[in-house]
Design a protein around this ligand. Structure first.
Ligand code: ZN
Length: 241
């Protein structure tokens, strides 16, 4: 009997063209998997889309002196062109700019809030006196406290892969102008990741078909302990809540 196969492929940020690494890492393997299942008669749904929100987009827009909308439209068109040239066949390749996406995000947000998995708290965030505003995490660079990488971002260190907050960085500075930053309190909504540790770990332990390195990496990640994380940002370009 035909099986139903859902393939959720990573959503690329619409802030630049795709390169070979994207294709080899995410899209080609997914396309091969989809083709295999279509050939043997299964019902395949392969879905992805342009991630049009987040600071990678606003950073690029500010660098070019244009509106974020112009950036995301340009690169969404470029993604569609790439899929066609490469023969990669999505059943749906959408964007985070649709009404459906906005409504779904708002529904998920409210549902988590009602169940107590989202709460309000304040955090210390980098404030640029020069730009007279809070800088989102990706606008901040500094030294990684874990591995000493000099160009760690305010959300993550690309050298050691650790998740960071801007305040964790040593000698934080504005990425765009190298300006000195001060930390001020700002109110945000936090996702209570800590309440999912046990159920996630139980679920991971039950997976029998995962490769051992994937299983071990995921287990260790959760066993090291999850941290609640702010899911709102001090920027205009996003899903309003
Ligand atoms: Zn690091």
């Amino acid at each position: 009997m035909a099986e139903r196969i859902f393939i959720g492929v990573a959503w690329p940020y619409a802030n630049g063209p795709l390169h070979l690494g994207h294709l080899a890492g995410s899209y080609l393997p997914a396309d091969i998997f989809a083709r295999y299942h279509r050939i043997i008669g299964n019902h395949v749904l392969m879905v992805s889309g342009s991630d049009q929100h987040g600071t990678p987009i606003t950073l690029r827009a500010e660098d070019e002196g244009v509106e974020p909308k112009e950036i995301v439209e340009r690169f969404h068109a470029s993604f569609l062109d790439t899929w066609e040239k490469m023969g990669i066949d999505f059943d749906l390749f959408t964007t985070t700019g649709t009404r459906n996406h906005t409504e779904t995000v708002q529904q998920v947000f409210l549902s988590l809030l009602e169940q107590g998995y989202i709460y309000k708290d304040t955090m210390l965030l980098p404030y640029s006196d020069q730009e007279k505003r809070f800088l989102p995490d990706r606008y901040v660079e500094g030294i990684c406290p874990h591995c000493g990488h000099k160009k760690a971002r305010g959300d993550q260190c690309d050298q050691c892969g650790k998740t960071l907050n801007p305040i964790d960085l040593i000698e934080p500075r504005g990425k765009r102008d190298g300006s000195k930053l001060e930390f001020r309190e700002s109110e945000h909504f936090f996702l209570k990741l800590t309440s999912f540790e046990h159920s996630l770990l139980d679920w991971i332990k039950r997976q029998e078909h995962w490769r051992p390195n994937v299983l071990n990496f995921s287990r260790r990640f959760i066993e090291d302990g999850l941290k609640d994380r702010a899911i709102t940002r001090d920027i205009e370009w996003g899903i309003p809540i």
